[in-house]
Design a protein around this ligand. Structure first.
Ligand SMILES: [Zn+2]
Length: 312
């Protein structure tokens, strides 16, 4: 343990890993793999074990950032594409097991707070945080305040229609032509497999990027389309919000060359004005956001509106 005086514990529950930290020292990260095959009860046990690592004390705060559709007011995870929770009373369950106060927040929302409420970005009153990993998530700051209504929902950025027609790529949501079907990590891999007809071991996004680097036509096409569609969708979102900054996070954009390629495409569409930046907190924006919320960080608290209820 860090020994720092802490307000509590921050947890980030994702489809591949569960990360946790003391809220006063969010860079000292404890990480365990997410075992989705263990079902909803198993996943809750994994979250409790991540919390136990930091020896929670009754009365402390715990902030859990989770993927998926949340009902924050009710403390429930309604659904999540990559997690087995369905209308799951996470807050009540963890509070009962730990004796701690629990708060639930969306993973992209927590990352948005960490990145866009950061004091170094205070001059930006309107901005977007977008994360590209297995799926695509987004958070919005308007006039310095987090917009709880605009963000990571399934009908949001990831499911913006970017292609039409019968040959448009099929999305996990059942429709065709969604951004996620082309530009998420899962979408890139699926498109590559569709085009190459390859069987056997499923490639990673890094494998597809390496193939493109070696000039393989299918890989190049898939990545070009992924970045083009992403640039188009992000341009639409930035124009709508009148964003002066876009922060791009997530594992897909940490592939060599992805960030500059996307930035070039965005510059061609939006011009030189808005800032296009990488996350301050690297791959731990969500955990930092949960920790800041736990600590009642003044910059993050100033970005929170009173409208914190409702499904998000
Ligand atoms: Zn979709």
């Amino acid at each position: 343990m860090s020994g720092a005086v802490r307000a509590g514990i921050a947890v980030d529950v994702g489809g591949t890993k569960i990360e946790s930290a003391e809220s006063a020292a969010p860079d000292v990260v404890h990480r365990i793999p997410t075992r989705v095959d263990e079902g909803a009860a198993g996943l809750t046990r994994q979250v409790l074990s991540a919390i136990d690592r930091w020896a929670p004390r009754p009365g402390e705060r715990i902030v859990v950032a989770s993927a998926g559709h949340l009902d924050r007011a009710a403390g429930r995870v309604i659904s999540a594409a990559n997690l087995p929770w369905r209308d799951h009373p996470l807050v009540a369950t963890v509070a009962a097991a730990t004796g701690c106060e629990l708060e639930l927040i969306g993973d992209a929302t927590a990352a948005t707070l960490a990145e866009l409420a950061h004091p170094s970005r205070a001059r930006h009153r309107d901005g977007l945080y977008v994360t590209m990993s297995t799926g695509i998530g987004m958070g919005v700051i308007r006039n310095g305040l987090l917009d709880w209504q605009d963000g990571t929902g399934e009908r949001e950025l990831g499911h913006l229609r970017v292609a039409t027609g019968d040959d448009a790529a099929r999305c996990g949501c059942g429709r065709r032509g969604c951004l996620e079907a082309y530009s998420s990590g899962a979408g890139i891999v699926r498109r590559y497999l569709d085009l190459t007809g390859e069987a056997g071991a499923e490639p990673s996004v890094a494998d597809v990027a390496a193939a493109a680097e070696h000039g393989e036509p299918a890989a190049r096409l898939v990545l070009d389309q992924a970045l083009d569609h992403l640039a188009t969708a992000l341009t639409t979102a930035m124009t709508r919000v009148r964003a002066t900054i876009l922060v791009l996070g997530g594992g897909v954009l940490r592939q060599d060359g992805f960030f500059p390629s996307l930035r070039d495409r965005l510059r061609a569409r939006i011009g030189p004005g808005p800032a296009i930046e990488r996350p301050i907190h690297g791959s731990h924006s969500t955990l930092h956001g949960a920790a800041a919320l736990c600590e009642h960080d003044p910059h993050v608290m100033a970005a929170l509106t009173h409208d914190q209820e409702g499904v998000r």
